[in-house]
Design a protein around this ligand. Structure first.
Ligand code: SF4
Length: 469
């Protein structure tokens, strides 16, 4: 099964409080649900770590009685979409292991690039693994290191120097709660206050929902310890730069989250505005592809002066398109999911705005739906540059063959999706809209140059942005 959008990966949460935390964790996972729908889990400390996990959305995976029965003031939680390891309960997180030091629970968002290498080396030494997930490698390395150091903080720093890749993790080591972000800060992680304690979460929107307050982003290469009355920062000195994933702003994060100092909604509208400047078209109406193209479309409409209208109604009760396992199912699913408003579309020149195109299958069907509803012309505008290369850092885009942009010019992609015209934002335009310097972002899937070494791929070097265009 291949996605037609970049897939979300996981969401993590951690909390230390003076009150019982299981309900807070449950709600945090509901808020982070867009980051992973395959499984959910909660681990709580109460004289040892107890965990509940299940498959599906958080409210399906975690039974109300089980959540209520989980009592404790320290805990972590996880929602999962697998980028490594298969989708089954064994791979659901948090992963809990028992050691002489105490229990350890770990929840991971990201992807460890050197996981296979570490696993092979450890297997040769006689280590055994239960799951195929890179997160199990991390928890076993951590447990082994703590057996040697007896010092959780030192062992977390040691773990950070052993892992190569992207990881925002929440970790409980016996009765201490930590969160840590990889030295390049690929995936988001932030800390905030709740009504009764301190917490870390993948996205700031969690703190709004819990009636708390966002404090700040966790820095690349930083470890934070959550205590009921404070957050303690532990600097590792391992960060040598930044590589925030541009897709968090383009598609993955919720529009009401603030990621590394930039409100996602504002970035998306700026993307739409820039797109309108770079890819103008004479048209009558701007129609977003709901929900992910909405903020981009608002920006496009503002800049172009072309009226914005919701011309596609979404059925909220159909699962996301990529969940269906077979191509044939997806065809039906797009139609189930989106219905055109003929009064908005009929006899109009329509600009359809989406956040990104991965394979192009879904957008082609949507163009057809809009044409069948009587559109005179259908112009597609896209809020990210063409995706040309795989992601090794936690987004499930693994092979070049799957991409619409592989081996095709923009005109050829336009023909493939049957649009009257097709226009993407440039890399430079995207970087400007995000508002961080290009060298603080990962743009690997767009530029084919990655911020860290990956076997068989180019590492980015300081390069003028216009050479990407
Ligand atoms: S390769 Fe693309 S999707 Fe993956 S981390 Fe980099 S920017 Fe994000």
């Amino acid at each position: 099964m291949e996605p037609d959008h970049p897939r979300e990966e996981c969401g993590v949460f951690a909390i230390a409080s003076v009150a019982n935390v299981s309900i807070d964790i449950f709600y945090a996972l509901r808020v982070l649900q867009h980051r992973g729908q395959e499984s959910a889990g909660i681990a709580i400390y109460n004289n040892g770590i107890k965990a509940i996990k299940g498959m599906g959305l958080a409210h399906q995976a975690l039974k109300t009685d089980d959540v209520n029965n989980l009592k404790g003031q320290l805990g972590i939680g996880h929602v999962r979409y697998s980028t490594m390891g298969s989708s089954n309960l064994e791979n659901a997180q948090p992963i809990v292991v028992s050691t002489n030091y105490g229990d350890i629970a770990l929840a991971h968002n990201g992807e460890i690039v050197n996981a296979e290498k570490i696993m092979d080396e450890l297997k040769k030494k006689g280590w055994a693994f239960i799951t195929s997930s890179d997160s199990e490698i991390a928890v076993r390395l951590l447990a082994n290191d703590i057996a040697n150091t007896g010092d959780p903080v030192r062992s977390l720093k040691n773990l950070m120097s052993m892992l190569h890749g992207s990881y925002s993790m929440t970790i409980m080591i016996d009765n201490r709660v930590f969160a840590m972000r990889d030295p390049l800060g690929f995936r988001p992680l932030c800390v905030g206050r709740t009504k009764s304690g301190f917490a870390a979460a993948s996205e700031s929107v969690v703190f709004d929902t819990l009636g708390g307050e966002f404090i700040r982003d966790v820095e690349p290469g930083e470890i934070v310890e959550m205590l009921p009355g404070e957050i303690r920062s532990i600097k590792t000195g391992l960060s040598k730069g930044k590589a925030h994933c541009m897709f968090e702003w383009v598609y993955i994060a919720r529009a009401d989250s603030c990621i590394d100092g930039k409100l996602v909604y504002e970035v998306r509208t700026r993307i739409g505005q820039r797109l309108a400047k770079e890819q103008p078209v004479d048209a009558d109406v701007v129609v977003p592809i709901p929900d992910s193209g909405r903020s981009h479309a608002i920006g496009y409409s503002e800049e172009s002066g072309i009226r914005y209208s919701e011309g596609l109604m979404k059925n909220r009760y159909v699962e996301r398109t990529f969940i269906m396992p077979e191509q044939a199912d997806r065809v039906t699913n797009v139609m189930l999911k989106l219905n055109p408003l003929k009064s908005v579309i009929k006899d109009k020149r329509v600009v359809l705005v989406d956040d990104s195109i991965v394979r192009g299958n879904t957008i082609r069907q949507i163009v057809q739906i809009v044409r069948n509803a009587g559109a005179k012309e259908v112009h597609v505008r896209v809020g990210s540059p063409p995706i040309r290369a795989p992601c090794f850092f936690g987004i499930d885009m693994k092979t070049r063959e799957q991409f619409a942009a592989t081996g095709r010019t923009i005109e050829e992609i336009g023909k493939m999706i049957t649009a009257d015209s097709l226009g993407y934002i440039s890399v430079e335009g995207l970087v400007d809209a995000i508002g961080h310097p290009a060298n603080d972002l990962c743009l690997g899937c767009l530029t084919e140059e990655y911020p860290m070494s990956v076997p068989g791929e180019k590492v980015r070097y300081q390069k003028k942005l216009d050479s990407f265009v």
